[in-house]
Design a protein around this ligand. Structure first.
Ligand SMILES: NC(=O)C1=CN([C@@H]2O[C@H](COP(=O)(O)OP(=O)(O)OC[C@H]3O[C@@H](n4cnc5c(N)ncnc54)[C@H](OP(=O)(O)O)[C@@H]3O)[C@@H](O)[C@H]2O)C=CC1
Ligand SMILES: CC(=O)C(=O)O
Ligand SMILES: [Mg+2]
Length: 761
């Protein structure tokens, strides 16, 4: 089958790939999963009759309680009649379903908003309105999509009057918000003023009219805007193909064609159709033109074509395979998230402008590794090729809804107040990030105690980013260890600002503490074959030793390292400087987050082939960590056999370890030996082994040896569906964490926060 090609032959996906993607597995892109267990007779009695009658009566008595007892508060309907599907035109309600399903999954993926697509098979405005208005009780918001102008204007405004929940035509306002955000930044980069810039908008439909209205509301001079449609310029006095929405923006001008309109224009918005801009039009624009060719799936002109004509343009499209994607996916999930969370009755101009400004601001900030990954490893920096955040930017979820919710409260359309917006922002991240969800409480504690963490490899760019993020997230002071000139040069190249409170640079070469660290380390190592000059070299030249000594002597509370060396080497460096805590064993524990469960796996880092005594100590250490991380430990001593079946020599050590634990007075549940299938499956555990002492599924798994621990955690990580944090290093006398080699900045921040947390709160 032919590839779907843009005019210059760029093929990002083939038609076959697109069809296979939609057909494979379960056809379509979404399914519904229950949020409550539906396993037993009792569950049924609660979820359905008779239990369900209780919330029914409660809602009848007080409709507001529907937000407490049903999905309403987190549920948005994506509704279309298919009359303007992307830029493909009127292809009918059924054909619009793939787009509407797509919008629904994006709501879920990016903002944890539950959503369902509804395709309404009528072009009659009144029928459509009636269909939607009576669905109000089902949803917390209505996202209208791909309904053509001018009907969309009537539909949206009537529904807004009739319904007490936000009704938002995404092609209008979502597009306008993103285009406005991109425009704010493009104007800044080209030194233009909103009041004097000249803009042409091709297309005078849903998206175009809303874009023009929003930028006018933001202060753009109406006299500097010319709107065009299929008949050319919309001028005052024109009668052909007009409607009241076009008339409201008709220009006082002699220009009649798009070609004439674009001569000397500073900005052009394309919200029309593939290929609408010619080379000549682009050539005739002002210096440093701003070209947003937003038609989907193919733009009015491609970036390659523009590049052939001129090299001074700032170029954006609606597509994800070019830089500067001006697409409403950056808006609707987050705008509804904020609106739902304050139970806004509508999405007003103040909320839209707040969202646009928040997006524009975010693009000016230094970007995390996740964003660099979305750009194939090239880290975007605010500039002509990066005027708008990318859809996979994990900061969008904590930035945009906060701005929208605040604007809703300030402008009086919120039915619920959020008092601590900073906390709200952090809770938002946890909605889509399992690590954030699990570590949120820990991060809150770390924020209270403001520990000083030394980042041993701070000359590395991603470590430096992590250190700055640690400070910027309010977690504490970041100490960057390295050569001052190298650190500053790296920072400058990467555009990172280091001269801020909460960031300290420590240069090992000129530190006044060098002698103290050498004395301390020589005292420890002189009987281990080290000469004084060996120790001097370690302190002068090796940052792991220097950083570990800082922590050992109290100059820092915790340390994080590991991104440039393998785990065992980094651990050996640290162990030369820091002992195990008295009565503790140093082990590695990996935290696995999967489908709402948290499971700790030990030992994933230190003991190659533990003895029975080692296994018992590993169990104790891992249980302590689980408890400290907020989980009541239930430890399973894992083996390939379960309670003696099949008997084998390799399980003996594990059985022995259980006996050792029996002889000690440990304060946590444990049992074994058992297989992982029993440890993690309560039904099997209780039915087949009713004598098992665990009161629930195990949440701490002690592996019989490091190879089984490493193989199983890496398999889980690679197979998907679970997130692995760690291995976390526990049992040391001072707090140190070793991140995996090549870890990205957000992983290093997590490690630093856990290190700070373990430094004692
Ligand atoms: N990047 C993004 O996020 C978004 C992009 N869009 C894109 O914007 C476009 C319009 O969508 P939408 O507003 O919903 O659709 P509408 O049907 O409401 O409006 C289409 C408008 O485009 C005009 N038009 C069509 N072809 C041309 C042409 N060759 N030259 C000039 N004007 C033309 C029509 O003119 P007339 O009035 O004379 O018929 C009409 O005014 C689509 O390509 C869509 O994909 C839309 C939403 C979001
Ligand atoms: C992105 C979108 O909503 C459109 O092109 O219609
Ligand atoms: Mg659309």
């Amino acid at each position: 089958m032919a590839a779907d090609k843009t005019p210059k032959g760029r093929a990002s996906v083939t038609d076959r790939e697109a069809l296979d993607f939609h057909a494979n597995g379960r056809p379509g892109k979404l399914e519904i999963t229950p949020t409550k267990p539906m396993a037993t007779q009792r569950d049924l009695s609660l979820a359905y009759s008779p239990g369900v009658a209780v919330p029914v009566k409660a809602i009848a008595a007080d409709p507001a309680t529907a937000y407490d007892y049903t999905t309403r508060g987190n549920m948005v309907a994506v509704i279309s009649n298919g009359t303007a599907i992307l830029g493909l035109g009127n292809l009918g309600a059924l054909a619009s379903k793939p787009v509407m399903e797509g919008k629904s999954v994006l709501f879920k993926r990016f903002a944890d908003v539950d959503s369902i697509d509804l395709e309404v098979d009528t072009e009659n405005v009144d029928e459509f309105i009636n269909c939607v208005r009576y669905l109000g009780p089902s949803f917390g918001g209505i996202n209208l999509e791909d309904i053509k102008a001018p009907e969309c204007f009537i539909i949206e405004s009537r529904l807004r009057e009739l319904m007490d929940i936000p009704v938002f035509h995404d092609d209008q306002h979502g597009t306008a918000i993103i285009a406005a955000a991109g425009l704010i930044n493009a104007l800044e980069l080209t030194g233009r003023d909103l009041k004097t810039t000249k803009l042409v908008c091709n297309g005078a439909g849903a998206a175009a009219i809303a874009c023009i209205e929003l930028i006018k509301a933001m202060g753009f001079n109406p006299e500097n805007i010319i709107l065009c449609d299929t008949k050319g310029v919309i001028y005052q006095g024109r009668t052909e193909g007009m409607n009241q929405w076009k008339s409201a923006h008709a220009a006082k001008t002699d220009r009649r064609s798009l070609e004439e309109a674009m001569k000397g224009a500073d900005v052009v918005f394309g919200l029309s159709q593939k290929g609408a801009f010619t080379d000549e039009m682009i050539r005739s624009m002002a210096d440093q033109p701003i070209i947003f060719a937003m038609a989907n799936p193919d733009p009015e002109i491609t970036p390659e074509e523009v590049a052939q004509i001129r090299d001074d343009a700032i170029m954006a499209t609606g597509r994800s395979d070019y830089p500067n994607q001006v697409n409403n996916v950056l808006g609707f999930p987050y705008i509804f998230r904020g609106a739902l969370d304050v139970r806004a009755v509508q999405i007003n101009d103040a909320m839209k402008i707040a969202a646009a400004q928040a997006l524009a601001d975010l693009a000016r900030e230094d970007v995390p590794d996740d964003v660099a990954a979305a750009y194939q490893g090239v880290r975007p920096r605010f500039g002509p090729q990066y005027i708008i955040p990318v859809p996979f930017d994990p900061r969008l979820i904590s930035a945009i809804p906060v701005a929208v919710a605040k604007a809703a409260m300030d402008s009086g359309v919120a039915r619920r107040d959020i008092t601590d917006l900073a906390l709200y922002g952090r809770q938002l991240s946890a909605r889509i990030d399992p690590i954030a969800a699990n570590t949120q409480d820990i991060f809150e504690r770390v924020r209270q105690y403001q520990k000083r963490v030394v980042f041993a490899e701070a000359e590395e760019e991603q470590v430096m980013r992590a250190a700055v993020a640690y400070m910027a997230q309010g977690l504490g002071t970041a100490i960057l260890l390295g050569r001052d000139d190298v650190i500053r040069a790296t920072a400058e190249k990467a555009g990172i600002e280091l001269d801020r409170p909460g960031i300290e640079i420590v240069n090992a070469r000129i530190s006044t503490r060098v002698e103290a660290y050498i004395d301390y380390l020589y005292e420890r190592l002189q009987r281990e074959g080290y000469l004084l000059r060996d120790v001097q070299r370690l302190i002068h030249n090796d940052r792991n030793h220097f950083a570990a000594c800082m922590v050992a002597l109290g100059d820092a509370d915790a340390m994080v390292t590991g991104t440039t060396r393998n785990y065992a080497t980094a651990l050996a460096d640290v162990r030369r400087c820091i002992d195990a805590k008295p009565g503790h064993k140093v082990i590695g524990v990996s935290m696995i987050l999967a489908r709402g469960r948290t499971v700790f796996v030990a030992d994933t880092a230190v003991h190659d082939m533990p003895t029975a005594d080692d296994l018992a100590e590993i169990a104790i250490e891992a249980a302590r960590l689980a408890k400290r991380m907020g989980h009541e430990p239930r430890v399973a001593m894992l083996a390939y056999s379960t309670f003696g079946q099949p008997i084998g020599e390799r399980s003996e050590r594990v059985r022995e370890a259980v006996k050792i634990l029996d002889g000690q007075r440990v304060d946590f549940e444990y049992d074994g030996e058992m297989g992982a299938d029993v440890a993690l499956n309560l039904e099997r555990m209780q039915q087949q082994y009713p004598f098992c002492r665990l009161s629930g599924t195990a949440n701490v798994l002690v592996m019989p040896a490091i190879h089984s621990a490493a193989i199983s955690t890496r398999m889980l990580q690679e197979l998907g569906g679970s997130t692995v944090i760690g291995p976390l290093l526990v049992g040391l006398d001072k707090s140190v964490q070793i991140a995996p080699m090549g870890a990205k900045d957000s992983d290093i921040v997590n490690m630093a926060a856990i290190a700070a947390y373990n430094a004692g709160m």
